[in-house]
Write a protein that binds this ligand. Structure first.
Ligand code: FAD
Ligand code: UDP
Length: 368
């Protein structure tokens, strides 16, 4: 049978766009369907008042994978931004990630030994050997004070679940250091693309046919199959019509404001860790690119449980959802002409570098 396109690519985020680029470079034709009004998925940036605004949440590129760093640098220059968020708890302010600056401010101490002793004293009667959940993991790593002031409230707002009902790997994303070092990541390479992320996606997709405002599920109702294979980066449970049940996702509402002042909060990322504050963090976008514009754009992030019609930003990789996902993964093996990828297609809490790696691996398996 003759097809017009080798690949129908559903979505235009990072997984889809890397796949499209690699396939096109090897001579294959692609058709991209994107249900939003723009390309880029969640890394989309939009210029407002001369500032590249991260419309779907702050995105800092970081990786230890040299090949991936070289790959993204082919498509954009990166600046030397280093993410160093601060956390506000009631009227106190602390450095993140958890490091000697945090501990020194919390306890009025100076040395790593003093910090370790306080943490040990705070957890010795809890008897946590093998942490079974995020609460136990966090207590074991940083003790009661840091857990109560900087983790518990933030995490329960972010995930809408008790810390003891969440998997411990979520908190292991953050470095814990007994040095005075506020770098939020341990990775070797880090930065923000000069000029924003959208231009990277434009370059990756150049040469492809893109249909915006086009939902795959609507499209296939009215179009006969014109493609050899599908690359699907939407929700895997939706692809199978929720036949095994619905996976859960966390959504976020972003409230953006333009402020007539050059510098609102003095940092790109300020976390609000108290459960009494309804948002988790405020992003001031200009600081990602050291902007000096006369105005500033800030975004408040309000997490919520995902409902149909909203954007599913985060998979919830707890036990219940992970087990359900494995069943969908089995179902996916029964449709070999569909490649599932990305955060929603693989139901995984991937960072950008991991999505690119996974897409490149997938192309390698697919096109030899
Ligand atoms: P997406 O970007 O979600 O792309 C999927 C695309 O498919 C979307 O454009 C969607 O509209 C489209 N789509 C879905 N269903 C359909 C359909 N039925 N028909 C047509 N189109 C469809 N990573 C980092 O490395 N550093 C960070 O600092 C960082 N910060 C983050 C902050 C937030 C708030 C979030 C949510 C994520 C963050 N990430 C970060 C992760 C990063 O966003 C992802 O790794 C990456 O964007 C995932 O790309 P993707 O292609 O898998 O998915
Ligand atoms: N976290 C926290 N307090 C903070 C920041 C993060 O407890 O001030 C926890 C929270 O559980 C969060 C996890 O660490 O979900 C991972 O944080 P990260 O900043 O990596 O989250 P993301 O950028 O993916 O939203």
């Amino acid at each position: 049978m003759k097809y017009i396109y080798d690949y129908l690519i559903v979505g235009s985020g990072l997984f889809a766009s890397v796949f499209a680029r690699e396939a096109m470079d090897k001579g294959y034709s692609v058709l991209v369907l994107e249900k939003r009004a723009h390309i880029g998925g969640n890394i989309y940036t939009e210029n407002i008042e001369g500032i590249n605004v991260h419309k779907y949440g702050a995105h800092i590129f970081h990786t230890s994978d040299k090949e991936i760093w070289d790959y993204v640098n082919k498509y954009s220059e990166f600046n030397n931004y280093v993410n160093s968020p601060v956390a506000v708890f009631e009227n106190e302010l602390y450095n993140l990630p958890f490091n000697m600056n945090t501990f020194s401010k919390m306890w009025g101490i100076k040395t790593p030994d003093e910090a370790k002793k306080i943490i040990d004293d705070q957890i010795k009667d809890l008897g946590i050997d093998e942490p079974r959940n995020l609460e136990e993991q966090a207590l074991k790593l940083v003790g009661r004070d840091v857990y109560h002031k900087l983790i518990e409230g933030y995490t329960e707002k972010q995930w809408g679940r008790k810390c003891r009902d969440l998997p411990s790997f979520i908190i292991k994303r953050l470095p814990l250091r007994f040095t005075y070092d506020n770098n939020y990541f341990n990775d070797k390479y880090q930065g923000i693309p000069v000029g924003g992320y959208t231009q990277i996606i434009e370059k990756l997709l150049s040469g492809s046919k893109i249909l915006l405002n086009t939902d795959y599920f609507e499209y296939i109702k009215n179009h006969k199959r014109n493609w050899r294979k599908i690359v699907f980066t939407g929700m895997i449970d939706q692809f199978f019509d929720y036949s095994l049940g619905a996976l859960e996702y966390r959504s976020v509402r972003f409230e953006n404001s333009v402020i007539g002042c050059e510098n609102v909060q003095g940092n790109a990322v300020v976390n609000y860790t108290s459960s009494k504050v309804p948002y988790t963090r405020i992003i001031e976008h200009k600081h990602f690119e050291f902007g000096k514009q006369p105005k500033s754009v800030i975004s408040y992030e309000y997490p919520s449980e995902w409902k149909p019609g909203e954007e599913p930003y985060y998979p919830i990789n707890d036990q219940k959802n992970s087990e359900l996902y494995l069943k969908y993964e089995k179902l996916a093996q029964e449709v070999p002409d569909v490649i599932f990828g990305g955060r929603l297609g693989n139901y995984k809490y991937y960072d950008m570098d991991k999505v690119i790696r996974s897409s490149l691996d997938s192309v390698k398996r697919e096109i030899r």
